[in-house]
Design a protein around this ligand. Structure first.
Ligand code: GLA
Length: 651
């Protein structure tokens, strides 16, 4: 082993999940041959190997894995070694059924698929820790290992469990947070509906109940559930860090995944990694994928990350699974590199012959190496080899979008003014910026805003004092802030900001809100298929206003546009408040595309940020280091140009 650090890598990671235990040994040699041919540098091994590594309780068998790791090492391929704790073996559920998770409706889930453990199960955790100790004892010094890959997609299938052990863990979490029960009663507003608790012992998880649950209870259970998974991650990481501090640790995130607040996890990983499966049949996919890449980069504070999983072609878990047309695999891979990834990996290396994912594409498909999938994938491997000099380089964004898991959780609770989709609202603003060639960072409401000229905070329904102060300071420092409807309605306890919503942001925005007036169509509840209810706005910016309206009272803000409809006609729809060199725009609705674009153009021009892309162009242009990536999502063509300037910037 050399003494060079393992992260950042010296070669771009290129490879995928490698599951040799699914295949007879004769195939392993062929795997190595094809991996070399495809330019594979790293594979992730052992993600679902627990049943093979510990076939009976306490009985470990590493011999086969020794051979796999030795073979890979002799082929010059690094190993991202999984801790294998993602899917407990059948014996565990049989002899220790207390590990099994329970749904909100009280159904205890059975083994037979994967991830069948309650995040709060002490038994599961004990077994997981024992396996990790055995793994690290065996492989701490293995020269093939380039990273530890803890578990797999925490929370993907089970992000919340409502079992009794989780109930007890939730109570402890609450006690730690609130200290005494009166503080909790106040935070949850339990004076309503006779929900007052006499002690922490009376609290249960928010299991299926006659009607709407208590918003504070639901929010805290979401926060607790994310933390419970993080505790599992941390328990494994502590064992690994103690034994092999030089080996970097990651766990694969899932992009915009509601169940786990990745902001709170990001500091615990040595590098961020992500699994990304944009639907090839969805024309919005390039934008959605770009946003996921930007989120991953942002979670790591701008540091390079790894695209840990993507599909070489079709997946098998949608109702209809479209293949990737020629070029798309390459485009998605290069898009990740352009937006800060130092590695591109797949699920999985060899397409399975049996099991639940046998129809999911693999780098080596059922047909074998003489296939379009293998050829295209190998070509990407070759191309990535030529981008090694980009490793470690970062990007700089002038524009940030506030992204907050608490806002997501609260906005999509029941018993709210109208059903909204947080991710869709955020991506609506992202789309407009993407189409203008503007690189975007995502930022936590408590993150460092001073790095940006423009900050957009869409539907940020919750704002605590720190957030209010940070946004005000941003504007007072000369920043351009755009806030949209359904923002800062509540504080961190989900209590209403009385007297016009918005809290202190009333000063920043120069207005208050008298009443929320959602738009509704008669069929929405019955079919869920009704068109999005919309009305119009008129003035400096015209266009469609969707889903949500407010009766806004400007104090110091200037009105740019007003509503044009029978209920809120004439009331402000878009305003701007000047504070020194800074400006704060407020949008009292969810704008349609045309109006969003008009406002984005206005704000970018005001901030002096040039747009680099022609309207209607299908070519995504991103600069990283000394490369300009031009990715044509209409034709599938990609071009990478070397430019003179080397630095932290984008096109
Ligand atoms: C996830 C999992 C993989 C596999 C893929 C299929 O990313 O981590 O094990 O199931 O989905 O798309």
């Amino acid at each position: 082993m050399t003494n060079e650090p393992l992260w950042p890598p010296h070669r771009m990671w290129f490879g995928g999940d490698y599951n040799p235990e699914q295949w007879p040994r004769e195939v392993w040699a062929d795997d190595l041959r094809l991996m070399r041919e495809a330019g594979v540098t790293v594979v992730t091994v052992g993600v679902f190997s627990w049943a093979r590594l510990e076939p009976r309780e306490g009985e470990f068998d590493f011999a086969w894995l020794d051979d796999v790791l030795d073979g890979l090492h002799s082929a010059g391929i690094g190993v991202d070694l999984a801790t294998a704790t993602a899917s407990p073996p059948p014996w565990m559920a049989l002899h220790h059924p207390d590990i099994l998770p329970v749904t909100r409706d009280g159904v205890r889930l059975s083994p037979g698929s994967r991830q069948h453990y309650s995040p709060s199960s002490a038994t599961y955790r004990r077994f997981a820790e024992r396996l990790v100790r055995a793994m690290v004892e065996r492989y701490a010094k293995h020269p093939a290992i380039v990273a530890w890959h803890i578990n797999n997609e925490y929370g993907c299938h089970v992000s919340h469990s409502y079992d009794d052990e989780s109930a007890a863990a939730f109570r402890s979490w609450l006690e730690l947070k609130y200290g005494d029960i009166d503080t909790l009663n106040d935070a949850w507003g339990t004076a309503f509906w006779s929900q007052w608790y006499g002690s922490f012992d009376e609290i249960l998880p928010p299991r299926a109940a006659p009607t709407f649950g208590n918003p504070g209870h639901l929010l805290d259970f979401d926060r607790f559930s994310s933390d419970a998974l993080r505790e599992l991650f941390r328990a494994e990481a502590a064992i690994l860090r103690a034994a092999t501090p030089e080996i970097p640790i990651t766990t694969n995130f899932m992009g915009f995944f509601k169940g786990v607040d990745y902001w709170s996890w990001a500091d615990d990983v040595d590098f961020v990694s992500d699994d990304s499966y944009p639907d090839p049949a969805d024309p919005f996919s390039p934008i959605f994928a770009a946003a996921s890449r930007d989120l991953m980069r942002s979670l790591g504070g701008g540091a390079p990350w790894v695209l840990m999983e993507q599909a070489p072609s079709a997946v098998n878990w949608r109702e209809r699974n479209a293949p990737k047309p020629a070029g798309m695999n390459r485009l998605h891979s290069l898009q990740a590199v352009a937006r800060g990834a130092d590695g591109v990996m797949y699920f999985q290396w060899r397409q399975s012959r049996a099991g639940a994912e046998k129809f999911h594409s693999g780098m080596v498909p059922h047909f074998g190496e003489h296939s379009r999938i293998f050829r295209e994938t190998a070509a990407i491997g070759a191309q990535l080899g030529g981008l090694d000099d980009l490793i470690g380089s970062t990007l700089h964004a002038d524009v940030a979008i506030v992204f907050d898991w608490d806002a997501w959780r609260l906005l999509e609770q029941q018993a709210v003014p109208t059903a909204l989709n947080y991710r869709e609202i955020v991506l609506g603003w992202y789309r407009s910026l993407w189409e203008r060639g503007i690189l975007v960072d995502f930022v936590h409401p408590h993150g460092d805003l001073s790095r940006y000229s423009v900050v957009i905070a869409p539907a940020m329904v919750v704002a605590d004092t720190q957030t209010q102060e940070a946004l005000e300071a941003f504007v007072d420092g000369g920043g351009r802030l755009v806030m949209t409807a359904s923002s800062a309605i509540v504080d961190e306890k989900a209590h209403i900001h009385l007297g016009g919503y918005l809290g202190e942001l009333r000063n920043t925005l120069g207005l208050g809100i008298e009443e929320i007036a959602p738009l509704a169509g008669p069929d929405l509840a019955a079919t869920g298929q009704a068109p999005v209810p919309a009305t119009a706005i008129t003035g400096e910016i015209t266009g469609e206003a969707r889903l949500w309206r407010e009766f806004v009272h400007p104090s110091t803000a200037t009105v740019l546009s007003t509503f044009d409809d029978p209920i809120v006609g004439g009331w402000p729809a878009i305003t701007v408040n000047h504070r020194g060199d800074g400006r704060a725009w407020y949008v009292a609705t969810m704008l349609g595309e045309e109006a969003t674009d008009a406002l984005v153009d206005l704000v970018l021009a005001d901030a002096g940020i040039p747009t680099t892309r022609e309207r209607g162009s299908t070519i995504e242009v991103v600069r990283r280091g000394n490369r300009v990536f031009r990715l044509d999502h209409a034709t599938g063509e990609a071009a990478i140009e070397i430019v003179d300037e080397v630095g932290d910037d984008t096109a």
